[in-house]
Design a protein around this ligand. Structure first.
Ligand SMILES: [Zn+2]
Length: 252
């Protein structure tokens, strides 16, 4: 049952086929959204996931292409009569700004608003984010312009492991998160400060000895550049895929 669904795969500039990068991990008991852009309800419904069963939101960092959907999602949940709490996980830097953002919308005055529980993660390597019967999620700070976390998700029944670099330059923390993982989802924005190229993503996959590499957060539409798959394959011998919106990976 546990699976990850790509809800968006583009870098900060989306196109018709690629929304900004965000994903959802769907388990039997918990549904964990990783970043939240635009109107997430539309895509969550489109992939057949019950919006009201969303239990947790992990916010990797406070850039608009990763958090723009938070106010809209919280308002939608409230208007749809949500009662159960929503857990939101992130670094202090991230959660402080989400609180400020929601403060601008006077959310404390929204009547009968459901509980939002902020779970503040210390900026340390391999911090435990969330542990349940189905999976254990860990985080480490990675190298981006602002405080940012990458993730490692260990699926307990199948013993499979998924790692996600998030937005980052090549750094040892990603290699530790991805160490021996079955799947590494790695950003491929390009050879830019605070980001990685497809070639660097391939190198990380080889160094961490992962089973398969998915490239995400890549330039799309008129900004597409080069042959990202070939670039990554020059560095990594295993399977490489370009993640596409609505595609899913199963971790049975
Ligand atoms: Zn980004």
């Amino acid at each position: 049952m546990p699976k990850l669904i790509f809800l968006g795969t583009s870098n900060a500039i989306p196109d018709e086929q690629h929304e900004n990068t965000h994903t959802v991990v769907v388990g039997e008991q918990r549904i964990v959204l990783i970043d939240c852009v635009n109107s997430p309800i539309l895509r969550i419904k489109k992939v057949g996931v019950d919006f009201n069963r969303l239990s947790d939101l992990i916010v990797t960092h406070f850039h608009p292409d990763h958090v723009s959907g938070v106010p809209q999602m919280l308002m939608n949940m409230w208007l749809m009569g949500r009662i159960q709490p929503l857990n939101i996980y992130g670094l202090d830097y991230t959660l402080d700004r989400i609180e400020e953002l929601m403060g601008l919308y006077s959310w404390s005055e929204w009547p009968d608003f459901f509980p939002v529980v902020f779970i503040r993660l210390p900026a340390q390597d391999m911090i435990s984010v969330l542990e349940c019967e189905e999976f254990h999620i860990l985080a480490s700070p990675v190298q981006h312009f602002i405080p940012t976390i990458g993730l490692r998700i260990e699926f307990l029944k199948s013993k499979k492991v998924l790692a996600y670099s998030c937005d980052t330059e090549p750094c040892p923390q990603v290699l530790r998160l991805a160490d021996g993982a079955n799947v590494l989802i790695h950003e491929a924005s390009g050879l830019l400060p605070g980001h990685s190229s497809a070639s660097q993503a391939g190198k990380a996959a080889a160094q961490a000895e992962v089973g398969a590499l998915y490239l995400i957060h890549y330039p799309t539409g008129e900004f597409s550049t080069g042959d990202l798959l070939s670039e990554a394959k020059m560095m990594f011998e295993g399977p490489v895929k370009l993640a596409e919106d609505f595609e899913s990976i199963s971790f049975d």
